[in-house]
Write a protein that binds this ligand. Structure first.
Ligand SMILES: [Zn+2]
Length: 95
């Protein structure tokens, strides 16, 4: 269950752990009893390890020490890959 933070009219902060379906925008302050409004804050996702986070980390690391490749991965080094099978393209001038 997510943890929601509320602030009342008297600036008291308190947290409530509520299910997403039960979460309301208002709650009673446990200190003074006045109406408290739910605060919007960023979720704590920094500790999660996801494929996206891994990709971002690898991208940042490659900015400082890029990996050098000398050919397209999977391509045969002795012969360039054929792009077309049309025989008319074989007669076109080559660079
Ligand atoms: Zn209060």
């Amino acid at each position: 269950m997510p943890l929601y933070e509320f602030r009342c009219e008297n600036s008291h902060l308190h947290e409530l752990m509520l299910s997403m379906s039960a979460a309301d925008r208002h709650a009673a302050c446990p200190e003074c009893g006045s109406d408290a409004t739910r605060l919007i804050s960023s979720p704590a996702l920094g500790h999660l390890r996801t494929a996206r986070a891994d990709l971002i980390g690898e991208t940042e690391a490659s900015a400082h020490a890029p990996a050098v490749v000398d050919r397209v991965p999977g391509a045969r080094p002795d012969r360039p890959a054929r792009i077309t099978h049309d025989p008319r393209h074989a007669r076109l001038p080559r660079p």
